[in-house]
Design a protein around this ligand. Structure first.
Ligand SMILES: [Zn+2]
Length: 421
């Protein structure tokens, strides 16, 4: 049975939404009075504060991208006029841009839900290999680990040899950092003559800041006996989502509100469709609303078998600029690669054209059409494609193996928007 971090994790969905609505409207009202920027932002977009009554009304407000935030901070340093001048900030983080981020509170739950869900707690000794220098990562992950009762080694970005030494000498049981750095630590250990699984106690890893490739995850779990978990967040808004032990989507944290929007309009996409992850973290200090992460995902509404009632994000499939929009739905290259992997690495290519006022989607797939066991490869492929991309294809064209060549374009967009006007 799942032991939740707190009761909020099993709140009925509607209750959670009402709570979030109250928190966000309160934050906007406060921001309107206490910050120098919120009122002007509302005025610029001709929105009256009283119009924002529901979570749906948030769509009236613009999405604030990282670029926009930098612009605002440059015009009005250090926080773009988005902060509450009546409060004292305990820390200020700096990330490239430069972007200045006020730390919100020493009492926050940042990342604690994620570590708890991964089974980290009292008795664990955790190597925190996130940087502690200037950026928020090191200290905020540190805080989350402390909150679940773990002992933290602030190893930061020290050399992999040093990390190996700490894992050995201090009996480290878990790691938090990027997957690629853990891999290089393991390789270093092997180079130093250790057998990682046999000689060390490290059995869990919580990753962030970098995608965890399925092949690497398998390597960690099977070869090295390390149970792995993904966590997702952004410097500007903190933790956003995390994996539970089911490892089937990422639970959205109880402290944030997530929307999936069309990046061109800032309007919501229907549940199940891909779009940009936009995050609001209600708080009294930094009134950054609708932060656009630039990451593409979709929301899973169905309940998770772990018992948490939060909606989940279906991983991150790519960045906004990389994706192509077909009949209002986004398809990213990483989704196509995943499909290709599922079908024995057969190459495929997406071609988008326009017929009348309709998008037309053709998929070219290398190889024979009848090589599937039950003879229904086409039906199976179409179904899988629709599941993963949330878009139905119009034509599936089988081409000879090798026909797409070595260096081919994964997505071709032939649509000419000018002609239509
Ligand atoms: Zn779950």
């Amino acid at each position: 049975m799942t032991v939740f971090f707190d009761d909020n994790e099993c709140l009925p969905v509607l209750k959670r939404e009402r709570k979030r609505r109250d928190q966000i409207t309160r934050m906007l009202r406060k921001g309107y009075r206490k910050s120098s920027r919120i009122k002007t932002l509302f005025d610029e977009h001709r929105i009256d504060l009283s119009e924002i009554k529901t979570l749906n009304d948030l769509q009236l407000l613009p999405v604030i991208s990282r670029e926009k935030l930098i612009e605002m901070e440059m015009a009005e340093p250090p926080f773009g006029g988005l902060y509450n001048a009546d409060t004292q900030i305990d820390r200020i983080f700096i990330s490239p841009g430069p972007v200045y981020e006020p730390h919100l509170s020493e009492d926050d739950f940042l990342w604690a839900r994620a570590y708890h869900a991964a089974g980290i707690g009292k008795g664990d000794v955790v190597l925190n290999a996130f940087s502690y220098h200037m950026v928020a990562a090191g200290l905020t992950f540190h805080g989350g680990l402390r909150r679940v009762g773990a002992t933290v080694i602030p190893s930061g970005t020290s050399s992999s040899e040093m990390q190996v030494q700490m894992i050995r000498d201090l009996g480290v049981t878990a790691y938090t950092g990027t997957p690629s750095f853990l891999l290089s630590i393991i390789q270093k250990a092997e180079g130093m003559g250790y057998a990682f699984k046999r000689d060390f106690k490290l059995r869990r890893a919580c990753f962030a800041a970098e995608p965890l490739q399925p092949i690497l995850r398998k390597k960690f779990e099977v070869e090295y006996g390390i149970d792995t978990y993904q966590m997702y967040g952004a410097t500007e808004v903190g933790d956003i989502a995390f994996e539970c032990r089911q490892k089937d989507g990422w639970h959205i944290c109880e402290e944030v509100y997530v929307e999936i929007v069309d990046p061109a309009t800032g309007k919501r996409m229907p549940h199940g469709s891909f779009g940009e992850v936009v995050v609001t973290r209600p708080n009294d200090i930094f009134f950054l609303f609708r932060f656009g992460t630039g990451d593409l995902s979709r929301i899973i509404v169905a309940p998770c078998s772990c018992g948490r009632t939060s909606y989940r994000l279906d991983g991150i499939v790519g960045r906004v600029g990389e994706a192509v929009k077909v009949r209002g739905m986004f398809i990213a290259p990483s989704q196509l690669k995943k499909i290709s992997e599922k079908f024995n690495d057969r190459k495929l290519q997406l071609i988008v054209t326009r017929s009348g006022h309709e998008d037309r989607l053709t998929v070219k797939l290398e190889g024979e059409s009848d090589s599937h066991d039950d003879g229904s490869l086409e039906a199976y492929f179409r179904e899988y494609f629709k599941d993963l991309c949330a878009v139905r294809m119009d034509v599936l064209e089988f081409v000879k193996a090798g026909a797409l060549g070595e260096k081919y374009q994964l997505i071709i967009d032939w649509r000419d928007w000018k002609e239509e006007k």
